[in-house]
Design a protein around this ligand. Sequence first.
Ligand SMILES: Cc1ncc(C[n+]2csc(CCOP(=O)(O)OP(=O)(O)O)c2C)c(N)n1
Ligand SMILES: [Mg+2]
Length: 347
Amino acid sequence: MATETAASVLADVTQHLTTEDRVGLFRAMLTMRGVEERAMTLYRQGKVPGSFYDGFGQEAVSAGPAWAMAAEDRLCILHRDLAAHIIRGVEPWRIFAQYMGRADGITRGRDGNVHFGDRTKGCVGMVSMLPDMMLVATGLAMAFKLRGEARCAITWFGDGSTSRGDFHEAMNWAGVQKLPVIFVLENNQYAYSTPLDQQFAVNPVARAAAYGFPGVSVDGNDPEAMFEATRVARERALAGEGPTLIEAVTMRMHGHAAHDDMKYVPTEKVEEWRAKDPIDRQEKRLDAIGADTAAVRQEVKALIDESVERALQSPMPDGGTAVEGLFADEPALLEDGNAPWSGFRSA
Ligand SMILES: Cc1ncc(C[n+]2csc(CCOP(=O)(O)OP(=O)(O)O)c2C)c(N)n1
Ligand SMILES: [Mg+2]
């Protein structure tokens, strides 16, 4: 099966994106960047425990695809894809609270990191083992198919995780069953310090053909190209034609996480990609059609400011609630009459 080019998927992008949509993509990417920049400051101030991961420069990879998905679809989102949560309506103040481990975080203080998801908004909580979200998305798609529902699942995963068996299992099963699932390969040139040429001999987008479905390579720094590729993939999925693998070609502009100075990445490479910044590019496009991008910038800045303040007001969680919400049905009491988690209770 032929691999399509970025140019072919961009052919008629504005047919399916109104000016409002295009501004919406810009706003979502800007919000993602604003949240992550401010969260990095909070991390350096010691207010975000553990480590901190961001998707600086990769905002289009999550914004474009998330914009193409419907309310009834399900999104299995990874650690550099904050714009997907934002587009689904997760409020920035709750994301700040999440990073700071506060009671109003999405996991209500159970995690201070990126392992969160708000199911009421169709965002599935992130599984840390990579790329197990591919299996979760494939399972969701299997359920949609079995129930005869016109819904689609999408998941993101990195170049590094394509070397694992789970990648093969998910792709194979989705191909065999022609499942309504979209796989977005976030090719940001590195998996921690491992560059692509040490990761695989053949680009994984070419592997899609081996599983019986198309692989398309897209400019991952262009939110409209990412939207269009996903829109086409979703139509294909809903028509019962099966999955699509979309390779988003991008660059990890920061270290793996806040602790990583990425000295192993040549400076010229980072500079080369800085010129392709997705937010700057979308802003230029919008300026060219007369949209008020300065107003969007102001609006987003105000949102970030008030969101940080609100999150800082959120209390630390009560330790006694730590194991609440783990079970759909509470397990039986122990022989001594205590609940299995009673040892964890603070009182
Ligand atoms: C099975 C597994 N092994 C190791 C890790 C630790 N780990 C987290 S992110 C990461 C790098 C992943 O690289 P890539 O898939 O390219 O994604 P990127 O971080 O570049 O977005 C590693 C090794 C993990 N989460 N799961
Ligand atoms: Mg990577």
